[in-house]
Design a protein. Structure first.
Length: 81
């Protein structure tokens, strides 16, 4: 898993999304760019949902992290747990 690859895909997606808002691009090209956005979204989501990425970010520890966040939030708001 290479985070640079994910970052590159996200940057390309951002560029394409920004380009679709330019009024000087013809409709045919805009349709093509919109299709690319869908394909990039699918690719990025597949990578983010892959077991290798989940392992990289310790996804299996999510319940523990949620408890910690809840505790910090409750402490800041003055609530007792």
């Amino acid at each position: 898993m290479n985070l640079k690859n994910i970052n590159d895909l996200i940057n390309i997606r951002s560029y394409i999304a920004m380009s679709t808002n330019n009024g000087w691009i013809d409709k045919k090209t805009i349709n093509y760019l919109n299709n690319l956005l869908l394909l990039l979204d699918k690719k990025i989501l597949a990578i983010l949902m892959d077991d290798e990425f989940k392992s990289l970010i310790n996804y299996q520890n999510l319940p523990e992290v949620l408890r910690e966040v809840k505790q910090v939030t409750n402490i800041k708001s003055g609530l007792k747990i």
